[in-house]
Design a protein around this ligand. Structure first.
Ligand SMILES: [Zn+2]
Length: 332
């Protein structure tokens, strides 16, 4: 089983107004996933708040309504021809069923929680529509927690501990985490800045995921995980997904080598049981990470892991089995 723990197939298809199973102009779509032998993708939906005024053409005034629109689109598509090729996965068993029936599994996630309008109870609405994963923050701090990215005058910069407020998990953030645990939603710590990262781990029971990004041992940036953070995630029984795509704002070269260096670093520190793959593939024009330009090139990733000396069991674990076990434990 091969699962991409972080790819934007769903919001990409939605924003382009095409059928869910159509060929898209971006790094991931159903035909490319099929070609690459990928069985599933965790699709974190998100819509930038208009207040960010960044380079996002689809900024909206109501992220809540916008994300309901994405899920309405998903369910409409699955009841039509796309349903023959794509399946909504609500559990670990669904991931296996999708593989056995030759369909691509979509696990619906949420990247950033702005769509909850600062109300943890709104999570139930999204859960009822299929949401099984939540990344607490995305491109900036919100009511629930603090992010490693900051928007300032229409541009994004890295969080700077010397000038930005200390990044904590808020009281309402603790309420949200309790609600996520009650609903058995997979909690994603990507984009969280310290000390919020540690504070989430203190209140959480069970494994967590870091669905994309890198390590400070490979690229020394506040956007990435320190050795202490990596060990802490592994100690929960959780998973860190290595990515060919840097978290923004970044200068480092994307690509297969970045991903493989991250896998090596994680494997040396905590072993291969805590590693996954999260591409962060989306629709940035002209964005083709060398060696892993889109989902169809997933066999190149497997060759790369072989060349770095991983055995077939370890490769299967890294590419999907570790994530499947995580879903089994957290979501059911
Ligand atoms: Zn992200």
């Amino acid at each position: 089983m091969i699962v991409d723990v972080h790819g934007h197939l769903l919001d990409l298809a939605y924003h382009t107004g095409t059928p869910l199973h159509a060929l898209l102009e971006g790094n991931t779509d159903v035909p490319k996933l099929r070609q690459g032998g990928v069985n599933g993708q965790l699709c974190p939906i998100w819509t930038p708040d208009v207040a960010l005024s960044g380079p996002h053409s689809h900024s909206v005034t109501s992220p809540f309504r916008a994300l309901l629109g994405v899920l309405e689109y998903l369910h409409r598509e699955l009841s039509g021809p796309a349903g023959d090729e794509v399946m909504l996965a609500l559990s670990a068993a669904d991931l296996r069923i999708a593989k056995e029936t030759g369909r691509i599994a979509i696990i619906v996630g949420m990247e950033g929680t702005d769509a909850l309008d600062d109300d943890p109870e709104k999570l139930r609405i999204f859960h009822g529509l299929g949401l099984r994963h939540v990344c607490l923050v995305h491109e900036r701090a919100n009511a629930f927690g603090a992010a490693s990215q900051v928007w300032e005058q229409g541009t994004m910069r890295c969080y700077d501990p010397a000038r930005d407020p200390v990044g904590h998990l808020s009281d309402i953030g603790r309420e949200l985490i309790a609600e996520m645990q009650r609903l058995r939603i997979l909690i994603d710590l990507t984009h969280l800045v310290e000390p919020a990262f540690g504070e989430v781990l203190n209140v959480i029971e069970g494994p967590v995921v870091v669905s994309h990004g890198g390590t400070r041992g490979v690229i020394d940036s506040i956007r990435y995980l320190s050795d202490e953070q990596i060990r802490a995630v592994a100690a929960t029984g959780g998973l860190i997904a290595a990515s060919p795509s840097p978290l923004g704002p970044s200068l480092e070269q994307p690509g297969l080598q970045l991903l493989l260096d991250t896998v090596d670093y994680l494997a040396n520190l905590v072993g291969t049981d805590h590693i996954g793959i999260g591409t962060d593939f989306k629709d940035q024009p002209g964005y083709y990470p060398p060696g892993f330009a889109d989902s169809s090139e997933t066999p190149g990733l497997i060759r790369g892991l072989e060349e770095r000396g991983y055995n077939q069991t370890q490769i299967a674990d890294i590419c999907g089995e570790n994530f499947h076990r995580l879903v089994e434990r957290v979501i059911g």
